[in-house]
Structure formats: structure tokens, C-alpha cells
Design a protein. Structure first.
Length: 344
């Protein structure tokens, strides 16, 4: 039903450039191309995992989609509403349907506010509730994320990292959003706590029919929670596919190298694992290479890779790869396909 009605999130040719100024007069001398023309869809109830090495632009994608930055170009539609270029007043009216869970729970919570005030702040901004109704909603949200109601008057420094992240999740749920960007929500947590937070996100998704963009560099966790996975390199998406398809048969050379670095839990398999070691460093997003961004490090590079940016080649079933290796007989497309939603 969700697919028939169209995807909940539609991103087309999204660009986010940060200007570089230099000299006494602070002249504009260039741009850092943090996000350089990416497109994808997310279906209702789906989790799209966004992976890539540090500095590739993952977090900038999440913030740009929610208009925490004013985007340079492209369009973003969430639940049928254009987000990327609307005025501030119109954007404020749409804020309740899209929320974000930040990477560092310590930095994203106001240390001068109690838990009740942190969770209740979105209610104060967007809803007119009586004091009793507001408190009841705060308690309900605390119950959902597994926080004791007796902690409502405590401050963030009195909680562990996992508990602080639960506070952030409760705040994100306060206005009944449809879409949540999870920006590496477990990166700052102990390994023993990470699985608890991810399980909580899955439970809330099933209960509330939420849609996630799950940004992470932890491939094993993405494999656990995501329905589809998009792989990003230097501001561009190089491959997107169903989770099991991507992990079983990666097509793009960068995806192959990325997955080859994941340790195997089985000692025998780990002994025979042969990681692909990439040569050189990641180019600067202020001066990306001509043609394919990965051409300077790709073990399968061809002459055309250094001259022409590869198109997006569609393999069907929502699988797309941006690589010249697959240009023969493939269909070039600029329209991503929304993946299958989870069985409800």
C-alpha cells in the first residue's frame, strides 16, 4: 500500500556546498562539496541505511534533508510536501512530521533543563496542552523509551550515555513524527548498550509505523536494522540495494572494499578473509577529481573513469550502481525506486 501511494521521502539531485572564503576581502574562492547531487527514495515504514567512511557527507545528508542547512540545490519531499526550498514559516508547520536523533546525546541535550523540560519542549513549541496533558504526554514518552518516571526532574549529567540517548529519542517522538533521521545514534555509546538502543528503535518503528534514515559507519549494525543500504563516497551515492543483496554481492569496487574490511565472527572464515586495501587518501571535497570521485583509489579504474562521471545504472528491484564497469547493457536512470517495506 505504501509503495502504491509513492515513497514517503523523495530526494532528487540534492547538493550541499559550503563556501570557501579567503583573502582580506573574504572573497569566494571555491566550495566544499559535502553532498554532490544524490537521489534516493524511502518507503513508508522502511529503514534506509546510509554508510560510508568518515567525512563522506553522511551526516550532512541527514541535516540537509531536514533543512537544518539551507541546501544548495535539488529537491526534498517528505510525505508529499516540498521541504528544500519553502520559507521558514511553512517549514515550521512541517517540523512535527520530521525529527532527528543526534549522534552525541551529551551535546544534544541542554544541561540546564530537566528531562521533563527537554522532552516537553517540542510540545510547548508546537502544541497547546494543559499542564496535566503535557505531563501525561511526557510520562507516556518516558514509558515508551524505558525511562523511570521518577527521573523526570533530573538533569542530563545524572544519566548514563544510553539513558541520555533514550531522552533524545523520547524528544524526537514527542510530536508523532512520520520520518526520523538517526545520525549515528549508537556511535557514542558503549558496545553493551548499542544493541539495546537499536532494539528500542526497532520496537518503536513497529509500534508507531516510523520511517528511518539510519546513518552509521557500523556495517554490522546497519545489516541488522536496515531494509536497504546506500553506500556513499565523497559526497555521492555509489551503490544502493536491498540489504542482503548488497552484503552478499556488492557490485561497486568501493562497496566491495568496504565490506571486505568487516571482520568475520567465524574464526575459519576470518582466516581466509582477504580485505581489499585501497591505496592513497580520500580526495578533498573542495577539489574532487575529474570524472568518478573514486577513480584515484579504485583498483579497477579505467581511462573513462578519470574523464566522465558515471551515470546511475539500474539493475531492477531498486538496485542501482554508479560505475562505468556496468555501462554495457545497463539502463541509466535518475529516478530511484523505493524499496520494499517491512512486513507489518
Amino acid at each position: 500500500m505504501a509503495e502504491a501511494a509513492g515513497p514517503l521521502v523523495k530526494v532528487r539531485d540534492l547538493k550541499m556546498y559550503f563556501p570557501i572564503h579567503a583573502g582580506l576581502l573574504r572573497s569566494h574562492v571555491g566550495d566544499i562539496k559535502a553532498v554532490d547531487g544524490i537521489s534516493f527514495d524511502i518507503a513508508q515504514g522502511e529503514t534506509l541505511g546510509l554508510v560510508g567512511e568518515s567525512g563522506c557527507g553522511k551526516s550532512t545528508v541527514g541535516r540537509s534533508i531536514l533543512r537544518l542547512y539551507d541546501v544548495t540545490g535539488g529537491t526534498v519531499e517528505i510525505n508529499g510536501f516540498e521541504i528544500a526550498h519553502v520559507d521558514r514559516d511553512s517549514l515550521r508547520l512541517k517540523r512535527p512530521m520530521m525529527q532527528m536523533i543526534f549522534q552525541d546525546p551529551q551535546a544534544s541535550l541542554n544541561p540546564r533543563m530537566t528531562v521533563a523540560n527537554i522532552i516537553g519542549e517540542p510540545l510547548d513549541e508546537h502544541m497547546k496542552l494543559t499542564a496535566d496533558a503535557r505531563l501525561a504526554r511526557i510520562y507516556e514518552l518516558m514509558d515508551w523509551v524505558g525511562l523511570n518516571r521518577a527521573f523526570a526532574k533530573r538533569y542530563p549529567h545524572e544519566f548514563s550515555g544510553g539513558q541520555r540517548q533514550r531522552i533524545g529519542i523520547a524528544r524526537a517522538l514527542a510530536l508523532n513524527p512520520k520520518f526520523i533521521v538517526c545520525d549515528e545514534p549508537i556511535a557514542a555509546l558503549d558496545v553493551s548498550i548499542q544493541a539495546q538502543v537499536v532494539n528500542l528503535l526497532e520496537e518503536l518503528q513497529e509500534r508507531l509505523d516510523l520511517t528511518y534514515l539510519f546513518i552509521s559507519h557500523d556495517l554490522s549494525m546497519v545489516r541488522h536494522i536496515a531494509d536497504r543500504v546506500a553506500v556513499m563516497y565523497l559526497g555521492r551515492i555509489v551503490e544502493i540495494a536491498e540489504r542482503e543483496t548488497l552484503f552478499a554481492e556488492p557490485l561497486h569496487p568501493y562497496t566491495q572494499a568496504l565490506l571486505s574490511a568487516v571482520p568475520e565472527p567465524d574464526p575459519e572464515s576470518e582466516r581466509h578473509r582477504k580485505p581489499i586495501v585501497l591505496q592513497g587518501d580520500v580526495p578533498s571535497p573542495a577539489n574532487p577529481p575529474q570524472g568518478c570521485n573514486f577513480s584515484t583509489r579504485c583498483p579497477k579504474v579505467m581511462d573513462v573513469c578519470r574523464q566522465i562521471e558515471p551515470g546511475v545504472f539500474d539493475f531492477g528491484d531498486g538496485r542501482q550502481v554508479a560505475c562505468h564497469l556496468y555501462s554495457d547493457g545497463m539502463t541509466t536512470t535518475a529516478e530511484p525506486t523505493a524499496g520494499k517495506i517491512k512486513n507489518q
